[in-house]
Design a protein around this ligand. Structure first.
Ligand SMILES: *Cc1c(COP(=O)(O)O)cnc(C)c1O
Length: 430
């Protein structure tokens, strides 16, 4: 019982052997809305965001929209005063519509289209410029429309975040950012280009970081760069340190908090900015930390098969949660309708997709699993729905937001018509 309790985390509960989220019974939610189903606990989103805000009272918190761009979540965070880190015109469009002020949005990306740069200029959105080509393109676009684009450069601080290679973004070899040794010359060039107003500096070293020492190293390296940029006369209104704070997906993993993040970087940041006599706004861009543990993916058992392993065939696969297949990620599994029953056997949870790699969880000790049971994959709020697809002709599932036991549909389930919605037949095939 004690390990069951640990595993479900402090914002989930068990009542009458059922898993409860936001005081709502998961079995009832599955009955009401069908499966697969993403369920998000509204209060938990607010708690996580508040933890960041309280740990960094003087900083601006820009939520990384790509972690979970569901509109209701963007709206909630907008109301809490969040800014946004966006990576495409689509995310920008949604962030603005959610009410996030344009001055609190940073448009990131290593390969933006001219259309995206035009939109940023037209809407007055700050751009994090990732290359010299982008700088030149943006200069032309802004100059032509008689505006000045406020920019930061995304710089590559060459820090190892000690995380999965696919989510390390600040190594020298990563595709992101301007190499450290070119930073001064590109700021100098930018300050002379028409239509460009350099006013910030930006980095982001990676994701799912559970040791705060790389954050500190990043501040060290970034402030060395800031010093050089300030020396050539650039006025920096903001220094954006990105984010990447991870969460403990697995029992025993470290659980650093925003306060730990703040303790690791704030003293150094203050010391270095004071020494330079500057007072730029600090920006942080948490994505995963804000949403990961707020959401579960509920999926129904279609089959239980005894083969080399006990395979539990469920109705969600990597079409809806790609992290296990893509990053070998661990998501804790709870049999939601038998949440406090003792473990009886070892099971592997397999999705319905025609790929051997469509495994959501390997070799888990669970209560006896049978057809019709309800499986909950925990901590599915970040890079879950937002990375979903229609692969294998599977319409995407619904999303529900729960609060104090009540639930609201925030995204309806797609149906087969949605698979065809944008497709066209040439006349000869009619
Ligand atoms: C993805 C991303 C983030 C958020 O990373 P998390 O690990 O989800 O906190 C922040 N900034 C940038 C530039 C990103 O690309």
């Amino acid at each position: 019982m004690c390990c069951v309790m640990f595993m479900i985390k402090d914002h989930l509960e068990i009542r009458n052997n059922h898993l409860i989220i936001g005081s709502a019974d998961t079995a009832e939610l599955a009955e009401q809305y069908g499966t697969p189903l993403y369920v998000t606990n509204e209060s938990r989103v607010i708690e996580n965001f508040s933890a960041y805000r309280e740990a960094f009272p003087e900083a601006d918190i820009y939520y990384a929209a790509k972690a979970n761009a569901s509109f209701a979540i963007l709206r909630m965070l907008s109301r809490e005063g969040a800014g946004a880190d966006v990576f495409s015109y689509g995310e920008l469009y949604m962030a603005l519509l959610a009410g996030i002020p344009r001055k609190k949005i940073l448009f990131n990306g290593n390969s933006k289209t001219d259309f995206e740069l035009e939109k940023a200029v037209e809407l007055g959105i700050r751009v994090s410029v990732d290359s010299q080509d982008e700088l030149h393109a943006l200069s032309k676009i802004a100059d032509k429309s008689g505006k000045a684009a406020e920019i930061a450069f995304r710089v590559n601080p060459d820090v190892s975040p000690k995380t999965h290679p696919k989510i390390s973004t600040g190594l020298r070899t990563s595709k992101f950012g301007i190499p450290s040794e070119e930073v001064v010359s590109i700021y100098r060039e930018a300050s002379e280009l028409p239509g460009i107003s350099p006013c910030g500096i930006h980095c982001h070293i990676g994701s799912q970081i559970l040791d705060t020492s790389p954050f500190k190293e990043t501040v060290q390296k970034m402030m060395d760069l800031v010093e050089k940029v300030v020396e050539i006369g650039i006025h920096l209104e903001f220094v954006d340190m990105g984010s990447g704070l991870g969460i403990p997906y697995k029992k025993g993993e470290p659980a650093p908090t925003p306060q730990d993040h703040a303790d690791a970087i704030l003293p150094l940041f203050k010391e270095r900015t004071e020494a330079l006599g500057i007072s730029p706004v600090l920006i942080l861009e948490p994505g995963r930390y804000i949403v990961a543990d707020t959401t579960i993916l509920l999926t129904r058992v279609n089959t239980v098969k005894k083969a080399v392993k006990n395979f539990v065939g469920v109705d969600a696969g990597f079409n809806l949660l790609i992290r296990p297949a893509m990053y070998d990620s661990y998501h804790h599994v709870v049999v939601a309708n038998k949440a406090s029953s003792p473990p009886e056997d070892i099971y592997t949870i397999a999705g319905p997709i025609c790929e051997t790699g469509d495994i959501l969880a390997k070799d888990r000790e669970l209560p006896r699993v049978e057809k019709g049971d309800l499986i909950a994959l925990l901590d599915a709020g970040a890079y879950g729905f937002s990375m979903s697809s229609q692969y294998n002709g599977r319409p995407r599932c619904a999303e529900v937001l729960v609060k104090n036991g009540a639930s609201d549909l925030i995204r309806s389930r797609e149906d087969v018509e949605d698979l065809l919605a944008k497709q066209r037949l040439p006349a000869r095939l009619m």
